[in-house]
Ligand binder design. Structure first.
Ligand code: ADP
Ligand code: MG
Length: 196
């Protein structure tokens, strides 16, 4: 175990994926979300660590678990540096749309340029799961449309949430077999967190 981002007090008890807790104010629910982090420019490891701290600082949200860091070969455009990847579990009172906006804001703060699909990036944050919500809008598709076929998402996700279920695809752990041939190296644990 190494250093951990600053922890904020938990505002409700941990609940299984998809469970909603009403916290007294109408319309305000606690939701479990999973966010994938990826970086392959500059100092990717430091970027991912700093992005985890930024996620933990999001309003009305707390990180409850963080995977190890993993090194993955780039997908799509191959002639670029390897990526550092991780997955974080968040408990949040933000809506899925509001959370995505916050993720975009963090990406922008880290100097991300959206040049083209699969381009190298300082920081990529993807909303993998938001409870068990499904939607197909281009701006926000849930679950993330490619998460089920990416080892660099599935392995860190299963590390922190062995029972995670991807709506429409089933248990994440069962999908690992199909991505065995994708190159992935576990770097180090980032944060002591409870597994979901
Ligand atoms: P990728 O992460 O697949 O490399 P980008 O980060 O460039 O691609 O995202 C492209 C678009 O994907 C963004 O404009 C965003 O609105 C959209 N998008 C759709 N669903 C999601 C999601 N679940 N998480 C993050 N972005 C998403
Ligand atoms: Mg993205």
């Amino acid at each position: 175990m190494t250093s951990s981002p600053p922890r904020k007090p938990r505002c409700a008890r941990f609940s299984p994926q998809g469970a909603k807790k009403h916290l007294g104010r109408p319309g305000v629910f606690l939701e479990r979300a999973y966010v994938a982090l990826g970086s392959n420019l500059g100092d990717p490891q430091a970027t991912v660590q700093a992005a985890l701290a930024a996620l933990n600082d999001l309003p009305r949200s707390s990180i409850i678990a963080v995977s190890s860091l993993y090194l993955s070969a780039p997908v799509g455009l191959r002639n670029q540096p390897d990526f550092v990847n991780a997955v974080a579990a968040l408990d949040t009172h933000l809506s899925a749309d509001a959370l995505l906006e916050e993720l975009f804001a963090i990406e922008a703060r880290f100097g991300r340029r959206r040049e083209f699909h699969h381009a190298p990036r300082t920081l990529d944050l993807d909303l993998l799961l938001y409870g068990d919500e499904t939607r197909g809008a281009a701006r926000l598709t849930l679950p993330h449309p490619r998460m089920h076929e990416r080892a660099f998402v599935l392995l860190p996700l299963v590390e922190i949430a062995p029972d995670a279920v991807i709506p429409g695809h089933g248990p994440a752990a069962a999908l690992l077999e199909d991505v065995r041939d994708q190159s992935l190296t576990r770097l180090e644990p980032v944060l002591a967190g409870k597994t979901a």
